[in-house]
Design a protein around this ligand. Structure first.
Ligand SMILES: Nc1ncnc2c1ncn2[C@@H]1O[C@H](COP(=O)(O)OP(=O)(O)OP(=O)(O)O)[C@@H](O)[C@H]1O
Ligand SMILES: [Mg+2]
Length: 267
């Protein structure tokens, strides 16, 4: 799916409220992995929620279309995408397989079909033996895998991910990043991935969209032409280092701007 974001503006709390996004304009191309990087409070979650159809924008628009559709009919927001949050929202009263199969259950598919699909996905995220466990019996990393399997089971062409790995320990994070890169290479979804981590953005993305401090605009789009398949070893390559330095410089400026804004509010 192609996602065209056109002059998207979001003001929270009425006319004198907080401007979270200011005329954000970008084309997210089909089958590409876009990472969105920006200081805290710059509107990243706001952007993802509007694209996912969870919130409506003050002005501007989002058009999602299938490039294979000659008539370019617009897809309803939320209809072709799935959202994965930092807070996983797994159901504690359901075991792992029923958490993963939840979306298919809502679609009325039979137990046999949804369990077969859920088992496949649990195997692909490395949890084949945990079907009957409950969420409280799993580590944070395992919960993250269950949440990823639950998102992937819906086979939506667009995946919207809002800091999904932020709460993970460093080693589990590396494994999950590689897992996601592998899944992306196999399934070629359109992925929008919000993160604060510069290395994560470069490792995963085909492009890194650096946003300004609030109100969020695009400061720069950094193309990432590192070869796929990608793995953690890439971080030692000169090209990775060059991209990292560049993104760091941009982000540093914006984080300082965000801090200045905060100081002005505090005065
Ligand atoms: N539902 C809402 N109602 C009112 N204000 C909101 C709402 N959601 C976000 N905001 C405000 O909009 C601004 C942008 O918030 P948003 O959550 O999009 O930022 P973010 O870039 O995701 O930040 P973080 O990196 O900390 O997650 C903030 O000032 C926030 O307080
Ligand atoms: Mg956020």
């Amino acid at each position: 799916m192609d996602i065209e974001v056109d002059n998207l503006t979001q003001v929270w709390g009425g006319a004198n409220g907080v401007c979270a996004l200011d005329r954000f304009t970008h084309s997210f191309a089909s089958n590409r992995f876009a990472c969105i990087l920006g200081p805290s409070g710059c509107g990243k979650s706001t952007l993802i929620q509007i694209i996912g159809g969870i919130e409506s924008a003050t002005s501007g628009e989002v058009r999602i279309t299938d490039p294979a559709d000659k008539e370019r009919r617009r897809q309803p927001l939320g209809g072709c995408s799935l959202m994965m949050w930092q807070n996983l929202n797994l159901f504690p009263w359901r075991n792992v397989i029923d958490n993963v199969a939840f979306g298919l259950e809502m679609e009325g598919l039979s137990r046999a079909v949804r369990y077969a699909r859920a088992k496949e996905l649990l195997a692909s995220v490395g949890l084949p033996k945990f079907e009957n466990h409950y969420v409280h019996q799993l580590s944070g990393g395992m919960r993250q895998r269950v949440a990823l399997a639950r998102a992937l089971i819906m086979q939506r062409p667009v995946l919207l991910m809002d800091e999904p790995f932020a709460a993970l320990d460093a080693q589990t994070k590396i494994v999950m990043q590689e897992e996601l890169a592998r899944i992306f290479e196999q399934t070629r979804k359109t992925i929008l991935f919000v993160t604060h981590a510069i290395d994560e953005a470069i490792l995963l993305g085909d492009e890194v969209i650096v946003m300004t401090a609030r109100p969020g605009r695009i400061k720069e789009v950094i193309p990432v032409n590192l070869p796929r398949p990608r793995s953690q070893e890439l971080v030692n390559s000169p090209e990775f280092g060059r991209l990292y330095e560049h993104a760091l410089r941009l982000i540093r400026e914006e984080v300082l701007n965000a801090m200045r804004q905060q100081e002005a509010v505090d005065d």
